[in-house]
Design a protein around this ligand. Structure first.
Ligand SMILES: NC(=O)c1ccc[n+]([C@@H]2O[C@H](COP(=O)([O-])OP(=O)(O)OC[C@H]3O[C@@H](n4cnc5c(N)ncnc54)[C@H](OP(=O)(O)O)[C@@H]3O)[C@@H](O)[C@H]2O)c1
Length: 224
């Protein structure tokens, strides 16, 4: 029964809901350090770079000024830009992104109404990106974390947890390992389909902060 439920949640691949600290450390020791290319030097691009470099990864940034012409050197690409900017990045770098892990952190809000997402109902920004990059391993991550909680490593008194969704187990585990190495918790939240729920959580958290019911240094924390 539990196995069936796990298969439903995580697909028929081996489920890996979370890696223990010792598993992540030995995983790290067996791998060379990852190089990340982060599109965006804003709040999130900077905070994510801080976590990953703390864990020993190498990070390069591509800003909006050189976005169309820059060369992507990283093994893993993070789209730390507003959702509308993703389209032009894909248009300029489709070939370079093929086969790579691409991490979508966006909350695709309708900023005119602040009342809905701009992706098709039932879908997600991540699913839309995966459809445009069929050979890439597209993950959703970081969208449920405010930048400040990535920088401090804390939401209130508890350690910040990065939720990761996607269909490629190796890509998810590699990111979880690197986030853990940077001192944060990270959890496999399931398949690419779960990006829809992660975007709903990110949306809700944004509306709470936007209406000043919570602060931008707060937000949802996870207790296991
Ligand atoms: N802030 C948060 O706490 C938070 C939390 C969860 C998720 N997110 C998501 O994270 C993403 C980034 O948010 P943010 O808060 O970091 O925004 P931000 O501080 O405004 O930074 C966005 C960055 O993206 C750059 N950019 C825009 N178009 C680009 C392009 N085509 N190529 C390269 N860089 C480009 C901008 O550069 P220029 O300034 O030169 O235009 C800017 O540096 C958004 O999708 C947001 O929904 C944010």
């Amino acid at each position: 029964m539990i196995k069936e439920l796990l298969n439903k949640l995580f697909g028929n691949k081996k489920a890996s809901p979370a890696m223990t600290q010792s598993e992540t450390i030995s995983h790290k020791e067996n791998n060379t350090m990852t190089t990340y290319t982060i599109f965006g030097r804003g709040n999130m691009g900077t905070a994510i770079a801080g976590v990953l470099t703390k864990g020993g990864a190498t990070v390069e940034h591509i800003g909006s000024a050189d976005s169309d012409i820059a060369t992507i050197n990283g093994d893993v690409v993070i789209l730390a830009v507003p959702y509308p900017a993703v389209e032009s990045i894909i248009a300029s770098h489709k070939d370079a992104l093929a086969g790579k892990t691409v991490i979508d952190i966006t909350n695709p809000l309708n900023f005119e109404t602040f009342d809905s997402l701009v992706v098709p109902v039932g879908s997600s920004a991540t699913a839309e990106i995966q459809a445009q990059l069929p050979t890439s391993r597209v993950l959703k991550a970081f969208n449920t974390n405010f930048a400040a909680t990535l920088a401090t490593g804390k939401v209130g008194d508890i350690t910040t947890t990065v939720l990761v969704a996607g269909d490629d187990e190796d890509a998810k585990n590699a990111l979880i390992t690197d986030v853990n190495a940077g001192g944060l918790d990270a959890l496999d939240a399931g398949s690419l389909k779960r990006a829809h729920e992660l975007e709903a959580v990110g949306f809700l958290q944004l509306t709470l902060a936007g209406s000043e019911k919570i602060g931008w240094t707060g937000g949802f924390g996870l207790v296991k």
